[in-house]
Design a protein around this ligand. Structure first.
Ligand SMILES: C[S@@+](CC[C@H](N)C(=O)[O-])C[C@H]1O[C@@H](n2cnc3c(N)ncnc32)[C@H](O)[C@@H]1O
Length: 222
């Protein structure tokens, strides 16, 4: 079934407005955010959000780790960037920058946490894989990549049911969905450790991995 917003893209305020209002009402979204907080390291100084949208996930992370000094959000949607900048107006810790994730990450230094919320599934699979390698490279030892994502369901019927339950019948034409297992494999290929799906509700999943802590040589501190 076609959706009213099918012709729109993330560059359009209409799609952004519809998304922010709808997803803000979803209990499963709030549950995913809460699980993401559980995956954060105890101490976080610098956090990066890929496809930050209106900044919701950055705010969740900053509320959970208020001692953080730096938060960077990247997105390529002007209306989303505008919303995120409004959200963090006056907060000197936060910088929201225009960046197209189809291209290499800009030089931003290293991070304790890289988060992403429902964004990376808009990239083609090869770019997803490359981005996971870039994420691993910008994480400090022991740093965490927490990717709250839209993933492919096991069958077309389950996919349809998921889209119905998130009030997006037929799905988003901009989705390029991958399954959980293949994405976990790509994260391991990127040299992340302790990689797993920490939480799942239908087509929402929290995929988490960690940069090995070279100081301890350990991969088992979660
Ligand atoms: C479903 S929204 C999620 C927004 C927010 N991260 C959240 O957790 O609610 C997808 C976001 O990914 C962004 N996005 C999609 N493709 C992108 C790209 N190639 N480069 C940067 N951002 C992109 C969109 O602009 C949008 O803000």
């Amino acid at each position: 079934m076609a959706h009213d917003g099918d012709a729109l893209t993330w560059q359009d305020a209409g799609k952004v407005d519809e998304y922010v209002e709808r997803v803000g009402r979803l209990a499963a979204r709030a549950a995913g955010d809460a699980e993401l907080v559980e995956s954060l390291p105890a101490v976080v100084d610098r956090v990066l959000d890929l496809g930050c949208g209106d900044g919701r996930l950055l705010e969740v992370a900053l509320r959970a780790r208020p001692a953080a000094t730096t938060a960077v959000g990247l997105d390529n949607s002007p209306p989303m960037i505008e919303r995120a900048r409004q959200r963090f107006q006056g907060d000197d810790r936060v910088r929201i920058s225009h960046h197209d994730l189809r291209h290499d990450l800009p030089a931003l230094g290293r991070f304790d946490v890289v988060v992403s919320g429902f964004a990376i599934h808009h990239l083609d699979h090869e770019r997803k894989r490359a981005l996971f390698r870039e994420v691993a490279a910008v994480l400090r030892p022991g740093g965490v990549f927490a990717n709250l994502e839209v993933v492919r369901c096991a069958t077309p019927a389950l996919q349809d049911e998921f889209y119905r339950r998130i009030e997006r019948p037929g799905g988003d034409p901009e989705d390029v969905l991958a399954g959980v297992d293949e994405q976990l494999a790509w994260m391991r290929d990127a040299a992340l450790v302790d990689v797993d799906c920490y939480w799942r509700w239908r087509g929402f999943a929290l995929l988490v991995g960690r940069a090995a802590d070279v100081r301890s040589g350990s991969s088992a501190s979660v």
